[in-house]
Design a protein around this ligand. Sequence first.
Ligand SMILES: Cc1cc2nc3c(=O)[nH]c(=O)nc-3n(C[C@H](O)[C@H](O)[C@H](O)COP(=O)(O)OP(=O)(O)OC[C@H]3O[C@@H](n4cnc5c(N)ncnc54)[C@H](O)[C@@H]3O)c2cc1C
Length: 253
Amino acid sequence: MMKLRIASPQAIVDLRNVEGLKGITENDDGSITIGSMTTYYELITSDVINSKACAIAEAASQVADTQVRNWGTIGGSLAHADPAGDLPAVAVALGFEIHAASARSQRTIASDRFFRGYLETALRPNEILTGVTVPAQGAGSGCAYVKLANKASHYAVVGVAASLTIDDGGVCTSARIGITGAGPHAIRSRRAERILVGKELTESVVNRAAQRGGAELAGMFNDDVHASAEYREAMTQVYTTRAVNAAAACAVG
Ligand SMILES: Cc1cc2nc3c(=O)[nH]c(=O)nc-3n(C[C@H](O)[C@H](O)[C@H](O)COP(=O)(O)OP(=O)(O)OC[C@H]3O[C@@H](n4cnc5c(N)ncnc54)[C@H](O)[C@@H]3O)c2cc1C
């Protein structure tokens, strides 16, 4: 932000040595708590994350390069809210509860209400993001993150995360889809989700859902030097199909 002259702060507070902001904990109810200063590298190498919420590790492992993955944090990624950031899509799809604190109070924000606009979140100026809770993914659940990466920066031209539950009869009982890169901020694709829930995930059902994948972004697709709005819209459909199929394979596998 400073290098690009988007921000010129008077002072910078380093959170690295603040106690209680780091680490990955599996809770008794199956949920996972992740401290805001946990790095991408720590997410990628965590057994708990890989076994219980693998889309987080999949997204973190596709961020930038080794140096960025060693330094960048989950809290920094979510608070920064880059429209092409990877973890915001996963936060939306897995239903992260995002914990914020000021000197006086603490509160929790649902991930689908956290991202408000270009580099804009629900955090107040006097709050920091202290961590997130990833709700338990029940039996028959699977998740995945796939992206079309910009070849130079690795930022998402389009990235899609999906989280599904499939019952013993092969019917999808819950679905959440998060999309990044395509629009001004990460969004939840509720219209696509509605097509999946209550049905077997046949090719035609998944394709119909993917066609609605970018419906919430109509008229808001990013159009820039990296990709036109039309291309991003088309890629949103392609990557929604891939994310849903990968999450479904994970759920039944
Ligand atoms: C070359 C390059 C390539 C990149 N490619 C990708 C990519 O492919 N995908 C991707 O997702 N990202 C990418 N990034 C961004 C990267 O993910 C950074 O990790 C991300 O910007 C956050 O960095 P950070 O954790 O060091 O936070 P910082 O850079 O320290 O902070 C980022 C912003 O968030 C605020 N902030 C940080 N932590 C908190 C907190 N706990 N509470 C409140 N506010 C906070 C800061 O004040 C600042 O405004 C790339 C970055 C670079 C330099």
